[in-house]
Design a binder for this molecule. Structure first.
Ligand SMILES: [Zn+2]
Length: 366
């Protein structure tokens, strides 16, 4: 038997972590944060493999108490243990079913495992297919579909392993209030979020810049609804990438939500999958220049299944340096002419200028 390499198999290997337990977190009624999202994410990884990206699975595991306690308050972790095995709700949006806490602990531990794999060698790209998501979970409480802050637990593990500069880029359409909260006064973590604003959860104005030693290390880019690919492209070119260049992170972590896609039912942004490919490509290029090529993506939101699949595939293919293949015939993205993206609107120009003006106080190269 001859084993043929897939075509174009050069380029970074993609490390993937996933676990069947993440399917057990399932609301009793209809809920947008549903297990079918995982199937969409798995299909996205399959698309990458079909495009010649070499995929390596890594073992999932539970987060240890010590790992969780770096990001979350003991009394919150105790509260989670009390509701584990039961039906509960952390807020009207955030359901807990009997296996939810187990799934959350497996998710946070798998996020740590992914970061460990990415840090184990140069030029490593990773993705964690996680449910429940994490970026709204603060130090004190879960909220907004999130129980444990997977990205924050993983970043804390990286810091504990000796890193001193980690960047978290959050392009989920909602502000990553939990991650901001956990690293608010910590200059070892640059937290940068692009999000629809005003919008859930209400935080994320440009004036929120961190406090104490961490002042300036929180960078918010709130954007009016209707933002298209060109707005995110400009935000990256004018704000995100120059700051990353100056900060020179040893690792880039992405809170990768895909609910800014134009077909997402929960939000009002207008991104196509091409925007996610562009963000993946640019973050990988920055990681190659500054971070030894180390880039780890954690799945956050994204509630239209075909958009989630196409957008996650695009982000990963972009990060792996691949061109996007055409959308398969019969899928939502395949029909009709390509989306026309209007030039940057005056509203979005003003949004970017405001965010850049605030960030200028700390970041000199802008
Ligand atoms: Zn979201």
């Amino acid at each position: 038997m001859v084993h043929l390499n897939p075509p174009h198999s050069e380029g970074p290997r993609l490390y993937v972590v996933d676990d069947a337990l993440f399917e057990q977190h399932r609301a009793r009624g209809a809920h947008p944060e549903r297990p079918e999202r995982l199937d969409a994410a798995r299909r996205a990884v399959e698309r990458c493999a079909a495009s010649g990206v070499s995929v390596e699975r890594i073992a999932s595991r539970d987060a240890t108490q010590e790992e969780m306690a770096r990001a979350h308050a003991p009394r919150y972790l105790e509260a989670l243990d009390r509701i584990s095995g039961h039906h509960a709700a952390l807020d009207p949006d955030t359901y807990v079913v009997p296996r939810s806490v187990d799934a959350a602990k497996r998710g946070a531990g798998s996020a740590v495992a992914l970061v460990e794999a990415v840090l184990a060698g140069p030029g490593r790209l990773g993705v964690a297919l996680l449910r429940p998501p994490g970026h709204h979970a603060t130090r004190e409480t879960g909220m907004g579909f999130c129980l444990l802050n997977n990205a924050a637990v993983a970043v804390h593990a990286a810091l504990s392993s000796g890193l001193s500069r980690v960047a978290v880029i959050d392009f989920d359409v909602h502000h990553g209030n939990g991650t901001q909260d956990i690293f608010w006064d910590d200059p070892r973590v640059l937290f940068c979020s692009l999000h629809q604003w005003p919008f859930y959860p209400g935080t994320g104005s440009a004036e929120e810049i961190g406090g104490g030693e961490g002042k300036g290390y929180t960078v918010n880019v709130p954007l009016s609804d209707g933002a298209t690919d060109v707005v995110y492209e400009a935000a990256f070119d004018e704000i995100v990438l120059p700051i990353l260049d100056e900060y020179a992170p040893e690792l880039i972590v992405v809170s990768a939500g895909f609910d800014a896609h134009e077909r997402d039912p929960l939000a009002g942004m207008k991104l196509s999958r091409a925007a996610y490919a562009a963000m993946g490509r640019r973050l990988a290029a920055m990681a190659a220049a500054k971070s030894g090529g180390r880039l780890a993506m954690f799945m956050e939101g994204g509630y239209e299944l075909s958009a989630l699949e196409a957008s996650l595939a695009a982000a990963l293919l972009g990060a792996a340096g691949r061109e996007l293949p055409d959308e398969p015939a019969g899928t939502a993205g395949a029909a009709g002419p390509p989306v026309q993206h209007a030039p940057l609107s005056a509203r979005h120009r003003a949004d970017l200028d405001r965010a850049r003006g605030v960030a200028l106080r700390r970041w000199t190269t802008l």
